[in-house]
Design a protein around this ligand. Sequence first.
Ligand code: ZN
Length: 462
Amino acid sequence: MDLLHKQLDALQRQLSFVAVDPIDWKFYVQVFSWSVSLFEAYLLLRQYPLYSKTEPPAALAQHFSKDEFLKSQKYGKDKAKFSLFSGLYKQIIDSAFLHYGLYAWSWTAAGKITAKLGYGPEYEITQSLFFAFVLFLLSSLPSIPLSLYSTFVLEEKHGFNKTTPALFVTDLIKGWGVGIVLGAPFLAAFLYIFQWAGTRFVPWLMGFMISFQLIMVILYPTVIQPLFNKLSPLAQGDLRTRIEALASKLKFPLKHLYEIDGSKRSSHSNAYFFGLPWSKHIVIFDTLIQQSRPEEVEAVLAHELGHWYYLHPTKMMAISQLHVFSVLATFPAFMHAPPLLRAFDFPKAIAARPPTIVAFLLFQMILTPVEAVVSILLNAVSRHFEWQADAFACELQDKLQAKEMEDMGDRLGRALIQLHVKNLSTVWVDWLYSAYHHSHPTLTERLKGLETFKVQRAKKAL
Ligand SMILES: [Zn+2]
């Protein structure tokens, strides 16, 4: 522990200028965030002309009817236009928030609310909770029109929307409810650890965040997800038998096998697993079951179980912990830095003793460009995991000595094509756009990959 703190202290000394130098942080954040937004807009403009192509890539030509392909192009075009607009709209609002000193205003407003309730400024955590609430309201209200448009105009037009206005409103209220019920205690505990552990908060906060994530692994499927969707046991039949057999051959600790009514909101489809190491649950979207044959859904599950076999979720979590650790390790330099708050229009009296939540929020904004790079790296890791999981499905026949799994790769290929066709997913993708945004390889890349695995295996067999 001491070694850790020594290293952390050394890092703080390197960054000690933050606490004294009057740097124009606000200007930097404006420049950074606009650069990221404009770069994203540039990516969309690179991708956009591809939606005008009239033929699918050669590898997919036989799987798409002309009509389906053109539908997917139209859908892609509409979504791209919407992304371009919504990206710039959000950026303009964020930029205006910064420009007009809205963060400082929100802190003062939260202070007034706390004072009305009879608490003074010494109740920093109470005021922080109201601050978070005020900011949450201010930032989520402008995005409601976007999500209304996306659901009831864009998705509706292309035949995906199943959400009714009543469901939209209840989803929104439930979402806010869950956010407050879970978010407020989380934030209070988070801030309390800072107060209690002083400058040595890093290991404590890491421990707290990991515990919180583990609790969420249990709470999310049992308490939160059922608020929004109905999970029912998958009916007896071919599909269930196949998946149970696959799970038991792989020694996957399958506890429950569910079908989820994803079709309640949208006809996009998928499958996933979750749970603790010794008790896992598999969830399959009803839409996937309706769209694909049992042997194809089995192949999708074979891919999913590949993620489990290679410990992908655990590895991802480890990487994200490392990320959180580096963020937290850098934070103390920004924690007691009056010039930072002054740069964002906070009054002198508040800037002199920065509230932790405010310092942390401003620090996060300063990290925008770093976060953009991190997300590109995370996508690259995730794409690598997708390859591994696809390869896993193809190798099952050897791993399990199961002749009947010989065609798993082909079945997976068919299922992926089906998913793409039914979801009207884009098949022409600009490489830079894909590198930045996509956590999965494109369909063409994956089909090529599946084909390569097959060839390699045949060579090995010779
Ligand atoms: Zn996957």
